[in-house]
Design a protein around this ligand. Structure first.
Ligand SMILES: C[S@@+](CC[C@H](N)C(=O)[O-])C[C@H]1O[C@@H](n2cnc3c(N)ncnc32)[C@H](O)[C@@H]1O
Length: 247
C-alpha cells in the first residue's frame, strides 16, 4: 500500500528516531562492524544511517522512493539515491555491500520477492537485516491500538507480512542462517506528548484508518490521558530478522 511521505517528511524526525540503544542492538544482531559497506533500503530521512555512523565508521548509502524523505537525509550529509525498490533493479553492481538494512520498510514493498532477490545480488558474503513488527506484536503489544484504534490491528496485519512468511521469502531468495528476535523498540509514555504524535498521524497506520474512526480513537485516548494522575508507560517492541548470503 503506497503512502505519500510528502507531509510525513516534515515531522518524521521529530516523531520517530533511532535511540543509541536500539541502533547498537541492530548493529550487534546484524554483525555490523567498522569499515563495512552498508546499504539502507527505504532509508527515509536517514535516521538509522546517521545513528549507525555515530556508532561506527561505515560507508553507507541509502535508497528511498520519496524525494521529500531523501531531502531530509541529504541535509544530514548522507549519500542517498532515489529509486523504487519494489520494482527497479537496485542501482548497484553485484556483490558490493557487506550489510543491507531495511527498517519498517518491507510492509510498504509490494514485491518482496523482487526486493530480496536484488538484496541478495548486491550483497557479497554478508547479511540482510530487517526490522519490522510481527502479527503477535501488532495484535497484543501495541500500546494503544487495541483499546483506542481496534481497526488499526487488521490494517497492519494485512500489510505487514508475518515473520514466518518473511523467513520463507528469504530462503527462496537464497539467504541462509535465518534468525529473528523480538527487540525493544520504544518505551512510550502515554501522555499529552504522545497524543500530539498520534494526532499528527506519526505512523502511517493512522493515515489508513477511516477519518471518523481515527477521530473517535483520538477522543477516547485524549479523555483517558486526562484521567491519568501519573504518566503510564508502555513498551513497543519490534522484530529483527537476519538472513546471510554466503559469498
Ligand atoms: C516508515 S518509513 C521508514 C524509514 C526508515 N527506514 C526508518 O526506519 O526511519 C518507510 C520508508 O520506506 C520508503 N519506501 C516505501 N516504499 C518504497 C519503495 N518501493 N522503494 C523505496 N523506498 C520505499 C518510504 O518512502 C519511507 O521513507
Amino acid at each position: 500500500m503506497s503512502i505519500d511521505y510528502t507531509d510525513i517528511s516534515q515531522t518524521y524526525d521529530e516523531y520517530r528516531s533511532f535511540s543509541k540503544h536500539r541502533t547498537q542492538k541492530l548493529a550487534e544482531f546484524g554483525g555490523i562492524r567498522e569499515g563495512m559497506k552498508v546499504l539502507d533500503v527505504g532509508c527515509g530521512t536517514g535516521s538509522l544511517a546517521s545513528q549507525l555512523l555515530d556508532l561506527l565508521n561505515l560507508d553507507i548509502v541509502g535508497v528511498d522512493i520519496s524525494l521529500p524523505m531523501l531531502r531530509a537525509a541529504r541535509e544530514k550529509s548522507l549519500e542517498v539515491i532515489c529509486t523504487n525498490a519494489a520494482n527497479n533493479r537496485l542501482p548497484f553492481r553485484d556483490s558490493c555491500f557487506d550489510i543491507i538494512t531495511a527498517t519498517y520498510v518491507i510492509h510498504q514493498i509490494s514485491n518482496l520477492e523482487h526486493l530480496f532477490s536484488e538484496c541478495h545480488r548486491v550483497l557479497r558474503d554478508g547479511a540482510l537485516v530487517l526490522l519490522t513488527s510481527s502479527h503477535e506484536q501488532i495484535e497484543n503489544e501495541h500500546p494503544v491500538f487495541k483499546r483506542f484504534f481496534p481497526g488499526a490491528i487488521d490494517i497492519d496485519k494485512a500489510r505487514f507480512p508475518d515473520v514466518p512468511v518473511i523467513c520463507d521469502l528469504l530462503v527462496t531468495a537464497g539467504f541462509h542462517d535465518i534468525k529473528h528476535e523480538a527487540v525493544l523498540g520504544e518505551r512510550i509514555s502515554i501522555d499529552e506528548e504522545y497524543l500530539r504524535k498520534v494526532k499528527g498521524k506519526y505512523v502511517s497506520t493512522y493515515r489508513l484508518l477511516p477519518q471518523t474512526e481515527f477521530e473517535r480513537g483520538v477522543n477516547k485516548l485524549e479523555t483517558y490521558i486526562r484521567t491519568l494522575s501519573q504518566p503510564e508507560y508502555a513498551t513497543w517492541r519490534g522484530t529483527l530478522i537476519y538472513g546471510r548470503k554466503r559469498g
